[in-house]
Design a protein around this ligand. Sequence first.
Ligand SMILES: CC(=O)N[C@H]1[C@@H](OP(=O)(O)OP(=O)(O)OC[C@H]2O[C@@H](n3ccc(=O)[nH]c3=O)[C@H](O)[C@@H]2O)O[C@H](CO)[C@@H](O)[C@@H]1O
Ligand SMILES: C=C(OP(=O)(O)O)C(=O)O
Length: 427
Amino acid sequence: MRYIEVEPSGPLQGTVSIPGSKNSSLALLAAACLADDIVRLEGIPNIDDVKVIARIGQEIGLSLERKASGELWIDPRYIHSATIDPGKAGSYRASYYFVGALLAKFGRVRLGFPGGDDFSKRPIDQHIKAFQALGAKTVFAEDYYEVEAKELIGGDIYFDTITSGATINAMLAAVRAKGRTHLYHAAVDPEVVDTAAFLNSLGARIYGAGTDRIRIEGVPYLNGGFHTVIPDRLIAGAFLMAAGITGGTVTVNDVIPEHMGSCLAKLEECGLGLDVHENSITAYGGAPIRASRIRTSMYPGFATDLQQPMTALLTRAQGKSIITERVYPNRFNHVPQLRRMGADIEVRQESAFIRGGRPLTGGWVHATDVRAGTCLVLAGLASEGKTFITGVEHLERGYDDAIGSFASLGASLKLAEADQDPLQAAY
Ligand SMILES: CC(=O)N[C@H]1[C@@H](OP(=O)(O)OP(=O)(O)OC[C@H]2O[C@@H](n3ccc(=O)[nH]c3=O)[C@H](O)[C@@H]2O)O[C@H](CO)[C@@H](O)[C@@H]1O
Ligand SMILES: C=C(OP(=O)(O)O)C(=O)O
């Protein structure tokens, strides 16, 4: 059983370079299947979700090769199957993008239900609705679903809720559909814009990405090309919060500050000093952390993927904070772990009430998902005594080298291995 051992840290100091966005990378890798020639992607992180895509690729004839420069070369010309092993599809969330990406070329895609972080009900009804609007039929079996369309025909899609996943998936399906598609009530996330920019660079005709109304004119062919993935705004946000929780000074480099507006506004409200430049941000901790009220919402609101590290930060605030989770109302699996460390947090319905200032003590805790992992690392840095975090595989789904990056800022943490489940042994 692997775990991360985190020692209490003094103020973190230094600069960390932010890798490419996990969520954008997963969309771009699927989008590359739509091309008719080799695609080169720069900045794709070497995370476990990407490794699963490479394994799926081996089975369906999609080749992924990482060059010495770090670029990923993707050759979609020899894809021979649109049947994706349910186990692999179910080991990460964004496997659903293979439907949008392969449907036009193959007419039928079969894959397992999406996995990913298991913190809440995570429906795919809006994806299905979008495919149906383009003329597809879906069949659900016990451990897989199949989407079939002899021909995809453009149509009007009105999303019932704002979803980045379904917006991207509908865009993928519509790019090579016949005729014009309109997406209404579309998500405006940077990952949507990045995927559209990439596809347009290959010859797609997508207009309006980044607004809630997207128009796609279907094309019969996409070229190969080159694209650089956007930086991971969620990792960047967590490192800025690390400055706050340790009272240090952290600079995140290679970021797009415009993608982080709501996060930066909250950090300032909580008492962090910020220096924002064209592609770097420095956060200055050290001043007392102020309590805050946060409601997560879809972009450009405060991201649900940042509320876990933010919860850790607010345990250090003076006074009472409230975090209300509006995207995934039950996404509070990190809270029992923080309570185990001494935090005073109560969850009622979709809100966490945090009484800040109680000392945190280390011990064994479990990361139930990728952002819960970051939250516990931050809490561990601010604790008395060592913290041991199991569930490392969740962190590895989303972070290439979280330990190395924190260590480069002066944190003392390492990956370790125990013979038996230490959590079981400790309780
Ligand atoms: C791989 C990936 O990119 N994951 C991100 C993506 O997940 P994911 O693609 O699951 O999230 P969506 O943006 O689609 O979900 C947003 C909201 O829409 C709802 N919904 C979604 C689809 C659907 O068919 N029906 C429906 O009701 C969801 O329950 C949620 O309340 O966006 C989430 C919200 O920013 C992030 O937390 C995840 O990190
Ligand atoms: C929820 C997340 O990921 P996924 O959608 O891949 O489970 C996340 O990145 O926080």
